[in-house]
Ligand binder design. Structure first.
Ligand SMILES: [Zn+2]
Length: 100
């Protein structure tokens, strides 16, 4: 089974600071099919992207922008964000913010 896990897992407010998956993505990983896993890997690597992160400019993926009803960022603990951005931060930038 493919996995982005680099054996440096640390739960950082709902995001793994090693592989940047959400805890829900990690917990459900073994139940997903190959296509679902591939899709998440592509989002993590920036191959599948909807916009650039407003802070670092890296490729980011918002599931809502892609037409889904929920986004991976709903699963993580709320962060202190300055409200000037109205598009989602990437996983790495979100991880670096203080928890509310
Ligand atoms: Zn970013």
């Amino acid at each position: 089974m493919k996995t982005p896990c680099i054996a440096a897992c640390k739960n950082n407010g709902g995001i793994c600071s090693g592989c940047h998956r959400t805890m829900a993505e990690i917990l459900n990983w073994s139940k997903m099919d190959d296509n679902q896993r591939e899709e998440i890997m592509n989002k993590l690597s920036g191959e599948q992207t909807t916009h650039a992160c407003p802070e670092c400019g890296e490729a980011n993926h918002c599931d809502i922008a892609a037409g889904k009803e929920t986004c991976w960022c709903f699963e993580v603990e709320e962060r202190e964000l300055d409200k000037k951005h109205n598009i989602c931060l990437c996983r790495k930038c979100l991880e670096s913010k203080a928890l509310v």
